[in-house]
Every structure is written in C-alpha cells, then in structure tokens.
Design a protein around this ligand. Structure first.
Ligand code: COA
Length: 325
C-alpha cells in the first residue's frame, strides 16, 4: 500500500507587512532584508486572526481539491509551534470545522520540518494499513511570537498555512522515500520558550519569554549541510537521481540558505521552487505554500517527482521524495 498526495490547499492572512512597513517599526532597511534574506514582504495575521483560522481555510481547500468528503478522513495531523491553544490541539479544531467526524486528530511539534514529519507519519500509517486517508497541515502565525524590537529575527518571519490530503493507493508513484534527523544539543541556537520560559540545553530561565531567539549565523551553516545531506539520502534510498526530480522544494528561511543548499545538493536553481520574497519564513507552512502555488499555476503536473527538504529548531531536519497526484 502506497501513500499518494491527492489534494492541496493553502491560506495566508490578507494583511501584508512590507519591508518599508518594518522600517517604521524597527531599526532596519529594505535593502538589507532583501539582499541578506531575499524577503520583500510577508503576510501578518491580525489581532483577531489565529493559526486555527488559517489551518481551517487551507484544509477546506485541500479537501475540496482532493474531491473527497471530509467524513472519509481517518486522521488530521497539524504541524505547528504557534497554536492559539495548546489544548485542544489545532488539529482537533480543524477536525470539527471541516466536519472530519470520523478522524482522530493531534498536533505535531517539530518546528520548520513539521510538515515533512507529518507527511512521513502519514506515509507510515498508510503503509501499515492503519489509516487510508490523512489530512496533513503545516500552519503558523510566527508573527505573534517574534519580538518586533529584535531586528535580527522579526524581519524574517511571516504567517500562513498549507495542507495536503494523503490517500492509500496501489499505484507506486506516491511517497517514495524519506529521512529525518535531529541534534538536540543545539537547541539553544533557535528556540521559543514554553510555559516555564526555560532555555533548552542549559535549562536556565529565559529573561525574555515567549519570543523566538536565534543565533542566525550558526543556524545558517547547520541548515545548509543538513538539508543537502538529507536530500542526497532520500535520492539514494530511492535509487533516483537529480535528473529524475522535477522540483526541489526547500524550506523558505533565507534565499541565501536556499541557494547554498541547492548548490551543495547539486540542483540548478531552475529546478528549485522559491517564493520567500512574498511570504518570508512561515516555518512548517513554507513547503505546502510553495507547492500549492506551483500546482495551481501548472508548474507541478500530475506524476511529477518532487523532493521537499527542511531544517529548523531542535535542531531537526528531514527530506521526502514523492510523486504529485
Ligand atoms: N536590518 C539591518 N541590519 C541588520 C538586521 C536588519 N534586520 N539584522 C541584522 N543586521 C546587522 C547586524 O546587526 C550586523 O551588523 P554589525 O556588522 O554592525 O554587527 C550585520 O547586519 C550582519 O549581521 P549578521 O547576523 O552577520 O548577518 P547575516 O548576513 O548572517 O544575516 C540572518 C543574518 C539572520 C538573515 C542569517 O544569518 C540567516 O538567515 N540565518 C538563518 C536564519 C533562519 O532562517 N532561521 C530559521 C531557520 S528555520
């Protein structure tokens, strides 16, 4: 039994925060953000707009695109680290609003690679024949957890959600291979304190709770190596080459990370999906957002082989090779 992607959808808040807007909030300039990170603008949720709102919209679109009834879903997984509630899970909220009344639901917390981890989990459930149809969501409102006085982080992030429906099938062009990796010893290089406001690794109390803290340069170096290695692993596991892949879909954190990862992994930039200039880093949502755009504008066609790769807090990283449709 193989796991096939049969539907996709995404959603972003209407409001756009441009680099020029940020110049009025924090000591930065548009040119620095564009040249150092490749970002021109990002979407920002309003005070009354939450990650569950985006996750519901993206999921409704994915279910419609998959042409299934929500009652057919067996499981809803939402990858998020910015849930408007810790309990119930955002997946449970989605389950109710999309009327997936036969589905179990839970959240998955793996930061930026969360969406890939959700796909890997769905693949395992389907291969084991435990479930047949699974909704996997990546949804974040990162702009609610960045410190708008810290220019080294606040300019990078944006809000959004993307979702896919994954279904059991006998056809062998679904999810082909995957890889996940982690290194918890580097947790203090990129973190968002939880309820107790502690710094990972040292377990010291954090003086500024509830905001993303990041050592950008260190993250940069580790991200490039981990993503390039992970991409090579999934190709190797599948016995495929770069020539077989239509698009590399990398996590959109910084255009320079994307460039360096593609170069190291051997992918020419025309085979790399990039939309960071309009969305910034939406954490677990970057990959389904980029994929949904490319499906809707026809760049991705049924049967195309795609390789998604991501890296984030943990550190955690992963890659997945799959056919679309
Ligand atoms: N506007 C203007 N100047 C800024 C700035 C901003 N928003 N942010 C930082 N700077 C300044 C710094 O203060 C520093 O000034 P100094 O030389 O006078 O000290 C200078 O720019 C260079 O800073 P540096 O941190 O070396 O820049 P960089 O080229 O490494 O880019 C990041 C910084 C954060 C954009 C980059 O390291 C990065 O993208 N890292 C990965 C982050 C990420 O994507 N994390 C999530 C992964 S999931």
């Amino acid at each position: 039994m193989n796991a096939h992607l049969i539907g996709i959808g995404s959603a972003v808040p209407e409001a756009v925060l441009t680099n020029a807007d940020l110049e009025k909030i924090v000591d930065t300039n548009s040119e620095w953000i564009e040249t150092r990170a490749g970002i021109k603008e990002r979407h920002k949720s309003g005070d009354d707009e939450w990650v569950s709102d985006l996750a519901i919209k993206a999921s409704q679109r994915a279910i419609e695109n998959a042409k299934i009834s929500p009652g057919e879903l067996d499981l809803v997984i939402c990858a998020t680290v910015t849930g408007d509630t810790t309990m119930p899970s955002i997946a449970s909220v989605v389950q109710y609003y999309v009327k997936a009344k036969n589905a179990a639901a839970y959240d998955l917390g793996a930061a930026c690679p969360g969406f890939i981890y959700g796909m890997v989990t769905a693949d395992a459930f389907i291969r084991s024949r435990m479930f047949r149809k699974i909704l996997v969501i990546g949804a974040e409102t990162t702009t609610k957890v960045v410190d708008y006085t810290d220019r080294s982080t606040c300019v990078l992030f944006g809000d959004g959600a993307g979702a896919v429906v994954i279904s059991a099938s006998n056809d062998d062009r679904g999810i082909i291979s995957s890889h996940m990796g982690g290194d918890g010893s580097l947790g203090n290089l990129l973190y968002l304190p939880g309820m107790r406001g502690r710094v990972p690794v040292t377990l010291e109390k954090d003086p500024i709770p509830f905001y993303v803290k990041m050592a950008g340069n260190d993250v940069f170096k580790h991200a490039v190596k981990a993503m390039a290695d992970s991409a090579a692993k999934v190709l190797d596991l599948a016995g495929c080459t770069i020539g077989d892949v239509k698009y590399l879909i990398p996590h959109q954190a910084n255009i320079r990370i994307i460039d360096a990862t593609a170069r190291r992994a051997g992918f020419p930039m025309e085979k790399v999906l990039v939309n960071i200039e309009r969305y910034g880093n939406t954490s677990s949502a970057t990959i389904p957002l980029a994929m949904d755009e490319a499906v809707r504008d026809g760049r991705i066609q049924k049967g195309d082989l795609l390789l998604a790769v991501s890296f984030g807090s943990g550190f955690s990283w992963g890659a997945i090779l799959f056919g679309w449709g």
